[in-house]
Ligand binder design. Structure first.
Ligand code: G3H
Length: 257
């Protein structure tokens, strides 16, 4: 029975890899919508995958969310193994709770691994003028340069409407997300089923096009409820090398393809 289960997971990983042209797919057992320990397993898989991909010098950019938070929780002192690691938040604030914010997550990653981190202090939903003057701040600019030189990006993927609600999105933007029939969210970008960008939260930091220059890009998301979102994102993603997901989401991804 157990061997059969392992074989089944492996077959699913291979099929997803082929279908979406990925370097690696890791599927953990279960459904993270149903049990919190499955999300912890996703976090562990992230920590392991990043550890395996470390270069001599690493700038690791991380987005916010409850899943990337589990990746931070799963990291330990033996993570860097003598290599140089700096954790940076991928983008400025997106309206998340403090605990789920990218800044909190990179601080936790650095504390757990003994690595370094930098924070990005930028308000949410900034105007164009504020945006431009913020970019000129030397302390912010320095962190932005680090972000743009990321060697590895770890990010979550969310269901569009759930994310827009969680982030107290202003009414006008919310309407744009709904009108655009957004199904997925990643990095504050909202995608429709065809993987087209229908809205982008204006904040500083990593932009979707920057992903191509990173050595590795790891997307992590699980739960049956995220199946559609993950598929939409996979269609639009400019680059992704690794997908870390759970059985329930993987089943959704394979069932309608
Ligand atoms: O950008 C995607 C979302 O941050 C995913 O959040 O991991 O809490 O579902 P989550």
């Amino acid at each position: 029975e157990l061997m059969g289960m392992i074989k089944g997971i492996h077959t699913m990983e291979e099929r997803l890899k082929e279908q979406f042209g990925l370097d690696e797919v890791t599927i953990v057992h279960g459904d993270s919508d149903q049990s919190s320990w499955v999300k912890k397993e996703l976090g562990k898989a992230c920590a392991n995958s990043i550890k395996q991909r470390l270069l001599a010098k690493n700038i690791i950019a991380v987005t916010g969310g409850t899943t990337t938070l589990e990746a931070a929780e799963a990291m330990t002192k033996d993570f860097a193994d003598g290599k140089e690691v700096v954790f940076v938040p991928a983008r400025g604030g997106l309206g998340e709770d403090l605990l789920n914010q990218a800044n909190s997550i990179v601080a936790k990653m650095a504390a757990n691994t003994g690595g370094k981190h930098r924070l990005l202090y930028a308000p949410d939903q900034i105007s164009r003028e504020t945006h431009e003057s913020i970019l000129k701040e030397p302390t912010i600019n320095e962190v932005l340069q680090l972000i743009k030189s990321s060697t590895l990006v770890l990010h979550g993927v969310g269901e569009a409407i759930a994310m827009a609600q969680r982030r107290n999105t202003p009414e006008e933007e919310f309407q744009k997300i709904k009108d655009g029939k957004a199904t997925a969210e990643a990095f504050g970008y909202y995608f429709n089923e065809a993987g087209q960008i229908v809205h982008r939260v204006s904040t500083i930091g990593l932009q979707l096009d920057d992903l191509v220059s990173a050595h590795d890009v790891i997307a992590v998301a699980g739960g049956a409820s995220k199946g559609k979102a993950i598929r939409s994102y996979l269609r639009g993603a400019p680059k992704m090398t690794v997908l870390i997901t759970d059985e329930a989401a993987a089943e959704q991804l394979l069932s309608e393809s």
